[in-house]
Design a binder for this molecule. Structure first.
Ligand code: DGY
Length: 323
């Protein structure tokens, strides 16, 4: 019997690529830095039984039509799956999987990297040194803010949000959260968090860290009104999905001093960054590195491949998204 044929839209870590060997015929797109062009994606998906996608690939009715009736599974190499029309896949009997859990701790670490970079003006200090700017220690030089005794506001208290909360206690912070689904009282007290209405969370937090999924309801959740409701000393960090923050409104708020600083790992029109942000000193920008550790990317790649192969073999994948 011939091996099932699959399209892999970006080269995975070596271990994950090797895990595909001998199980399927792989059509690999090897063209970074650009994402696989849509035309190419539509063309190469034709007749495939499996697609191993990343967040840049929009999996919608058009792509499913192009792939055709042989398609069994779309294995997304990410925990987020806002790039996939899951109901449409379900309607057509196509399995969809993601890679939860394995990237929780790495992403929480990166959120904290940005929180610390923002409150202690790390980027600014680094740029000053590299520019060989003359400097001398001074009592008022480049002052940031303390974290201990302050309040962290977590937006979205799922797996990653909760991992961010656990780290906050080590920094001596009080934690409040807002989520469409409120945790039960036992879970709140075990985690050491208090629920707040949206407006209260914004007004009380010294650091607001975003960990919710991107949905029509969370698009531009952080808009001009939300930024105005935050403290002038507050920091905003987004390691979830870019379109949850209105980048132009954020640039305006940072420029006018409406908030103290921001740290972004994800962008509204990724990989583009709103030009106005690039000129500001009080924003720290990273190129979507949340899960970018060797250990985590290996685990993500292996889980995506495991899911793909299970779906091709007619088994239930470990992290299935279809209801
Ligand atoms: C995800 O998994 O959703 C990240 O954004 C990519 O690591």
């Amino acid at each position: 019997m011939s091996e099932p044929s699959v399209l892999v839209t970006r080269t995975l870590v070596e271990e994950a690529m090797r895990a595909l060997d001998g199980h399927c015929e792989v059509d690999l797109y090897e063209g970074p830095p650009e994402a696989i062009p849509r035309e190419y994606l539509l063309r190469r998906a034709a007749g495939k039984q499996g697609l191993l996608t990343i967040l840049t690939e929009k999996v919608d009715a058009e792509l499913l039509d192009a792939a055709g009736p042989e398609l069994k599974i779309v294995a997304n190499h990410a925990v987020g799956f806002d790039n996939i029309d899951v109901p449409e896949c379900t309607k057509r009997g196509v399995l969809v999987t993601n890679t939860p859990d394995v990237l929780t701790e790495a992403t929480a670490d990166l959120a904290w990297t940005l929180i610390l970079a923002c409150v202690r003006r790390l980027g600014e200090g680094e740029r000053l040194m590299r520019a060989r700017t003359p400097w001398i220690w001074g009592p008022t030089m480049m002052m940031g803010h303390d974290l201990h005794g302050k309040t962290l506001g977590v937006v979205g208290c799922g797996r990653i949000g909760r991992a961010v909360v656990r780290r906050a206690h080590g920094f001596g912070m009080r934690v409040i959260y807002n989520d469409a689904i409120r945790l039960d009282a036992d879970a709140e007290s075990e985690l050491g968090v208090e629920w707040r209405e949206w407006g209260d969370l914004l007004g009380e937090s010294d650091v607001v860290s975003v960990h919710a999924p991107l949905t029509p309801q969370t698009r531009h959740l952080i808009n001009a009104d939300a930024l105005r409701a935050m403290k002038r000393s507050a920091v905003l960090v987004n390691t979830a999905r870019g379109p949850m923050v209105d980048e132009q409104a954020l640039a305006d708020a940072l420029r006018s001093g409406e908030i103290f600083a921001a740290g972004l790992d994800v962008y509204e029109r990724e990989p583009q960054v709103t030009e106005a942000l690039l000129d500001l000193d009080n924003v720290t920008l990273l190129p979507h590195l949340g899960s970018a550790t060797i250990e985590t990317r290996t685990a993500m790649g292996l889980l995506a491949v495991e899911n793909l192969l299970a779906g091709l073999n007619g088994e239930r994948p470990r992290t299935l998204l279809n209801p």
